[in-house]
Design a protein around this ligand. Structure first.
Ligand SMILES: [Zn+2]
Length: 225
């Protein structure tokens, strides 16, 4: 037994001492000691950003760097303290429809503004209160989008750039305004659209609602053909 030290710090210390070497599976398992699922501890180290490779033919681990090389993996779980902070800040009021717990008796959800699957962080700035209905609507919206595209859209620095990535993906496709305003994440998103036309000479047409033509929702379309 290695005293009170947990398996994780024990493994990390051993890996650091043997960085750059081949570390046999059995040697590492022995260091982990008598813990049930010791490879879970290795996963947790990887989640912290450490690089740990495994060569299954040699049955060896390889730990090339002493310090974490990747961003620690963000956990989507919202703890009680964070939850309370969001509720307090938003006054237990849905940030989309404005209904509140005290006046309208809504059920509240804590929502990731930029969804976790799109790279949004679990931190106060990226969390908001939503009621059940708005939360459901947002979930459907999120489900309809490609997470890989949305990761790059979320990383983009400006509304213009976010819209550009989105239009490039959906060329010659009608894109309704409520969707575009969410993608742009800016009240000034129509201005961003204007810059897009000017700076990139993108042929983006605005198509207004029209009963006569049977167009129920106004939309924009990026013509490339
Ligand atoms: Zn709502």
């Amino acid at each position: 037994m290695a005293g009170k030290e947990g398996a994780k710090p024990r493994l990390l210390r051993y890996l650091k001492e043997h960085a750059g070497e081949s570390i046999p599976y059995d040697a590492l398992k022995a260091v982990a000691g008598d813990v049930g699922d010791w490879t879970r501890t290795l996963r947790s180290l990887r989640d912290d950003g450490y690089i740990l490779d495994y060569d299954s033919s040699e049955r060896c681990y390889y730990f090339p760097y002493v310090e974490p090389q990747n961003e620690p993996k963000d956990n989507r779980h919202i703890n009680n303290k964070l939850r309370a902070m969001v509720l307090l800040r938003d006054n237990s009021t849905c940030r989309m429809c404005g209904r509140s717990v005290s006046e309208d008796g809504i059920r509240v959800h804590i929502d990731h503004i930029i969804p976790h699957s799109w790279g949004g962080k679990t931190e106060l700035e990226n969390l908001q209160v939503l009621c059940s209905e708005c939360n459901e609507g947002k979930k459907n919206f999120v489900k309809g989008e490609d997470p890989e595209l949305m990761k790059s859209v979320s990383r983009a620095k400006s509304a213009k750039e976010r819209l550009r990535l989105y239009f490039e993906r959906y060329r010659d496709t009608p894109l309704c305004t409520d969707r575009l305003s969410v993608i742009a994440k800016s009240r000034e998103w129509t201005r961003a659209l204007r810059y897009l036309r000017e700076d990139y000479s993108m042929d983006i047409e605005y198509v207004p609602r029209s009963k006569r033509k049977g167009i129920e929702k106004e939309y924009y379309i990026y013509h490339t053909k």
